[in-house]
Design a binder for this molecule. Structure first.
Ligand SMILES: Cc1ncc(C[n+]2csc(CCOP(=O)(O)OP(=O)(O)O)c2C)c(N)n1
Ligand SMILES: [Mg+2]
Length: 355
């Protein structure tokens, strides 16, 4: 069915912002902040992949290519809003105030990794697909009932839109007018399943129609489009307008996780060739050059600062003991229940831990 949800783009691929009314909202400091944060999370992401390859952390889900969606959305939030990430949004979580050490601890199987610092309202990454969507709707509704101005953002991928939780969460938030932004990153794949096999809808944004909420389709590699459209959705949420579904069209260059081999289901050379045209960092760099904000020395300082911060986080993470496999059973319920206890015994015996 043909439904018109054109992609909103503020900055084109050459780094030009044509619309004067938007351009005047983008000053040098804002543009540089976006750049700095995208560099910071890209360096972190590459480091994490390398740590996994060296056996220093467990399986890891990389997000290289999706930095604009992470940074633009996270910077649009108020500091006391709620964030519900999946296993791929540690870039967004980091920018929003999570600790890098804890993010690394999570990927090393330690429970400390689920806890954000300074009582930040960041949920542990949602590993079961789409389960965080109703949680975000519920947290947002609770804020509304308490009469605060806090909102929630729920991240999820294109594959997640096939789950019941996606539909339940959007419907519930819509009828209760919960202040929540449903932030979809359509990166074209759910592991090896391409979007064409995921849904017959031409866009994900149009699924909003079924719930009577606004749907917005944006260029997820354009950090300005992501930032301003997330701000709009959050403003609508805070003023009683209810939820919005944002579809950020983006691309992951790498594997689904370090346990995946994407060359089995797509041409990785093609995927990397896209960089020149679509890369979110290159695009912002072009903008900075066009505007005369490009400053090689400053950018080198951003990189050095981020690298030092990342090295320190790795060092801190490595001070912790290795993951305890029993933890995955011990924290399922508040009190032990026999089926889980049995699974725990069987598993520990299997891996030679006894009990
Ligand atoms: C309920 C559930 N079913 C299946 C899986 C296995 N699984 C992990 S990631 C994934 C694909 C999700 O794709 P998408 O929603 O597009 O997010 P992306 O990984 O692309 O960010 C699947 C099927 C899971 N984690 N949870
Ligand atoms: Mg996907």
């Amino acid at each position: 069915m043909k439904v018109d949800f054109p992609i909103i783009q503020i900055m084109d691929e050459q780094g030009n912002v044509a619309e004067p009314s938007v351009k005047e909202k983008i000053n040098r400091d804002l543009a540089l902040e976006f750049y700095k944060q995208m560099i910071r999370i890209r360096l972190f992401d590459r480091k994490a992949v390398s740590l996994q390859r060296q056996g220093r952390i467990g399986t890891y889900a990389p997000f290289e290519g999706q930095e604009a969606s992470h940074v633009g959305s996270a910077l649009a939030l108020n500091s006391d809003d709620w964030m519900f990430p999946t296993y791929r949004e540690h870039g967004a979580a980091f920018v929003f105030g999570h600790s890098l050490r804890n993010i690394l601890l999570f990927w090393n199987g330690r429970n400390e990794g689920c806890v954000p610092p300074n009582r930040k309202k960041i949920f542990p990454p949602g590993i079961p697909i789409a389960t965080q969507i109703p949680h975000a709707a519920g947290a947002a509704l609770a804020e509304k009932m308490k009469g605060t101005s806090c909102a929630a953002i729920a991240y999820f991928g294109d594959g997640a839109t096939s789950e019941g939780d996606f539909h339940e969460g959007l419907n519930f938030a819509s009828v209760t007018k919960a202040p929540v932004v449903f932030f979809n990153q359509n990166n074209g794949y759910a592991i090896s399943v391409p979007i064409e096999k995921q849904t017959n809808s031409e866009t994900i944004a149009q699924k909003a129609i079924a719930y009577g909420i606004p749907g917005v389709r944006i260029d997820g590699n354009d950090v300005f489009a992501v930032y301003f459209e997330t701000l709009n959705a959050l403003a609508r949420a805070r003023s009683g307008g209810g939820p919005t579904l944002i579809e950020a069209v983006t691309w992951r260059y790498g594997a689904h996780t370090t346990a995946d081999d994407p060359s089995k289901y797509r041409d990785q050379a093609e995927s990397h060739k896209k960089r020149e045209r679509i890369d979110p960092i290159l695009r912002l760099e072009r903008f900075l050059k066009n505007e005369g904000y490009f400053d090689a020395e400053l950018f080198k300082a951003f990189e050095d600062e981020a690298s030092a911060e990342i090295e320190k986080a790795v060092e801190d993470m490595e001070q912790y003991p290795p993951a305890n496999p029993a933890d995955i059973f011990d924290y399922v319920f508040e009190k032990p229940v026999w089926p889980i206890e049995k699974q725990k015994r069987d598993y520990l015996q299997l891996i030679g831990g006894g009990m």
